[in-house]
Ligand binder design. Sequence first.
Ligand SMILES: C[S@@+](CC[C@H](N)C(=O)[O-])C[C@H]1O[C@@H](n2cnc3c(N)ncnc32)[C@H](O)[C@@H]1O
Length: 394
Amino acid sequence: MPIHRLHESHDLRSKILPAELLSLFNDRFIRSCDLIEEYIFRLALRVVRQAGLVAPLAKGGTATEIAIGAGLDPLAGPWLTDWLLRLLTERGVLLCEDGIPARFQISNPLPDLDPVEIEQMQASHDATALPSFQLATLAAEGYPQVMRGESSGESILFTADRIAAWAAYFSNKNPLYAISNEIGARAVQAHFPHPRGTVLEIGGGFGSGAMALLDRFDEAGAATRINNYHFTEYSPIFLRRGQRALMSRPNARGHITCARLDMNRPFTEAHIEPASLSVVYGVNTLHVAHDLAFTLREIYTALAPGGLIAASECMRPFPAQTVYVEFIFALLASFRSPALQAAWRPNGGFLTPEQWIEAFKTAGFKDSFVWPDIFNIRDHYPAFVVAAVGATRP
Ligand SMILES: C[S@@+](CC[C@H](N)C(=O)[O-])C[C@H]1O[C@@H](n2cnc3c(N)ncnc32)[C@H](O)[C@@H]1O
């Protein structure tokens, strides 16, 4: 387990992170990041066994060959197998021969490591991060069925009895999620383009991103720069919960509006007028777009000249590197299988910083930014996977 990074990274953090983020990336937070990564590694080892991948891995092959060898579903099986095997390779328990596609092979028997022991360590270290562990546990339980094509990830992760688990996960009380809201809020404040304007949030979920942003503007004495915060979400259940949270804020009436918006459909269907917005914002939402090129064009059209698109996103530091949180979201077909673009969307899941910049450029935006500077950070600390990306409509 990468405990050594905790000691190494203290000095490093002050060199590679902006001063204003140092207090967020403290030892407590980094320790929780290390624990969730270790927890997901151990869950992944279990899933690899349960899905019957060990015997085909002993022979070696590409992820598709191994998934077929294990009798898995031809759609979900290879994608999830590839992700799991790349993670195990990064953790040094598999051999991988680089190539397109890569070939995987077991070198030594896979370790059998108990995930529960790590969850217990997290419980005594910082129990507020446990919702991330709970969601990863639910995902792990669903993997074998999804990999065999017996169920969809959507039907496993979004049952009514799992809403509480999602609400606890997408929360500012969960430090492993709140970090994205904090970084996003700071980026929007720093880049707010007009003296006053309307903010549209897409995929606002349970409202934790909106809460963090509005708190940030309140604390900075900048609340009046937001004429209207238009909070939108696709899922009616999430929207209701988000709306309830936001409308409980003082002065919400007349200042915050809430509506359903599907980012895969023309924004005018959700009554968003062209050139009407100062900011379009999303926290871990844009990568879910089925056709990101289409959604970026809709955002471009909805922004007034000089308007800002800003997205706080999990960042893939390098192509093909796994990001721990994908273990949960990769169960969803919508996450795995968006419309692809050869130049900047070669796979489903999270994008690299270069891919975001290319995506913005292709959609006609200018002055794109990645904050903090993942280009520098990733060389020193490849486990750093959160950042805000943004750009301006000319
Ligand atoms: C990672 S969550 C964001 C959570 C949110 N930031 C919060 O604090 O609760 C991604 C969100 O995108 C939403 N989403 C999925 N498909 C969408 C679509 N087609 N249009 C708009 N939102 C969508 C999901 O329902 C989910 O709430």
